[in-house]
Write a protein that binds this ligand. Structure first.
Ligand code: DOR
Ligand code: ZN
Ligand code: ZN
Length: 444
């Protein structure tokens, strides 16, 4: 099977390519990218030993961006253990509908992904249950209990692409330091959820603040920033590759920029909700605006956008965190943290970052595809000839209203329902196969 994607704006950060052209896919690989105006057929288009020309599927991408498949470094698929919130299959379909061709599920399932066997099991299931590539993250401590390190070498051998305690911080700095040393010896990235558990416990509504008025718990900036600082220092001392998850404060963004400038092996991500909303956008008691870390202030949003622009903050990932309607219907203080993000990320990035001039389309492709793949050291995120044929086609001009009832995810917990946006995923192609096509959905 061959696919020919014609007339699109081909954006490939790996080579700096930004031009109208035709992308040819054959046998799961990018066969060729041919700039407009050149002969359409790539040279040597038939592999040896094949006498019948392969059937060609044509996609007209006029007016669209043709991007290397998007890579989401941070999702929660709740499988096993909490499949009423999301399964591997529904999470993967949501990712595909959102334009993602590869995703990294965090380890906070039940059981926790904390052994080589569980990593292997997840990968085995993904072969039949997932339409996108599953890149498992292993836990840093057994059972995410913060007491005993996991078998990182074993999990790496089984296929884990990184380690993370996401959902919480390993509060014992000495233990975390040992974990970072272990990961450094394996040349593996540790993805860091920065939230001081003790400061969090202390966080009460600050009297008289708008946060109180909106019944938002006063999770302070410091509860994130002290751990960002601690872990940058630990990464500096251990030489570990540290990736800051969901940076939400200006101070953490500045610390990240400085640490990088000083040679710490640091990378960082920003989630769409944190570059789009502030705490002032939270309607009274609406738990669909509750996540960890929480929505911050206008200066923070500005700093995150600037960080993404300069590259001090490397990638956009979603922290897709589905919860059931029943759980989110609890009173604000008791409702779980997290919002779904897979199916709104592209539209928010286009609307909030590209349309506003913060990022060029090529930079967007870098932050959502090439950079995340580079952080993991994987051969995705590029349209170079011979690369795995993971491609995302986006119509940047398509204007619509986000409708949570159309989500492929089981989760409906989004603060963006009813929001007018631009930027629609039309096709998602994984390994040379179309796993999502918007037009088919419209015909349903
Ligand atoms: O909002 C969040 N939800 N933040 C986290 O760190 C965990 C996640 C979840 O698992 O629901
Ligand atoms: Zn987290
Ligand atoms: Zn998370």
């Amino acid at each position: 099977m061959r696919i020919r994607i014609e007339n699109g704006r081909v954006l490939d950060p790996a080579s700096g390519r930004d031009e109208i052209g035709t992308v040819w896919i054959q046998d799961g690989r990018i066969q060729a990218v041919v700039p407009a105006g050149q002969p359409k057929e790539p040279l040597g288009e038939q592999p040896e030993g094949r006498d019948m020309p392969a059937e060609i599927q044509e996609i007209d991408a006029a007016g669209c961006w043709v991007l290397p498949g998007l890579v989401d470094l941070h999702v929660h698929f709740r499988d096993p253990g909490f499949i009423y919130k999301e399964t591997l299959a529904t999470g993967a379909r949501a990712a595909a509908r959102g334009g993602f061709t590869a995703v990294c599920p965090m380890a906070n399932t039940n059981p926790v992904v904390d052994t080589p066997e569980r990593v292997a099991e997840l990968l085995k299931r993904a072969e039949t249950e997932s339409v996108v590539r599953i890149l498992p993250i292993g836990a840093v401590t057994k059972g995410l209990a913060g007491e005993e390190l996991t078998d990182m070498a074993g999990m790496k051998a089984a296929g884990a692409v990184a380690f993370s305690e996401d959902g919480k911080t390993v509060m014992n700095a000495a233990l975390y330091r040992k974990g970072l040393e272990q990961a450094a010896a394996l040349d593996m990235v540790v993805m860091d959820h920065c939230e001081d558990a003790n400061l969090l416990k202390e966080s009460v509504m600050r009297e008289g603040t708008p946060a109180e008025a909106r019944r938002v718990s006063g999770v302070s900036h410091a509860s994130e920033d002290v751990i960002t600082a601690r872990d940058i220092l630990l990464a500096r001392e251990t030489g570990a590759r540290l990736h800051l998850c969901h940076v939400s404060t200006g101070a953490s963004a500045r610390m990240a920029a400085q640490a990088k400038a000083e040679g710490v092996r640091l990378t960082a991500e920003v989630c769409p909700h944190h570059f789009t909303l502030t705490y002032e956008d939270i309607p009274q008691g609406d738990t669909n605006f509750k996540m960890a870390p929480p929505l911050r202030e206008k200066e923070d949003v500005e700093a995150l956008r600037q960080g993404l622009k300069t590259g001090a903050l490397d990638v956009i990932s979603t922290d897709h965190a589905p919860h059931s309607e029943e759980e989110k219907a609890r009173p604000y203080p008791e409702a779980p943290n997290g919002i779904v993000g897979s199916e709104t990320a592209v539209a928010l990035a286009v609307t909030e970052l590209v349309e506003t001039g913060v990022l060029t389309p090529l930079e967007l492709a870098d932050r959502m595809s090439f950079r995340p793949a580079q952080i993991l050291g994987l051969p995705y995120g590029t349209l170079r000839e011979g690369s795995p044929a993971d491609v995302t086609i986006v119509d940047p001009a398509a204007e619509y209203v986000i409708d949570k009832n159309q989500f492929a995810s089981k989760g409906r917990n989004t603060p963006f329902h009813g929001r007018q946006v631009r930027g629609k995923v039309l096709y998602t192609i994984v390994d040379g196969k179309i796993v999502y096509a918007a037009e088919e959905e419209e015909h349903d």
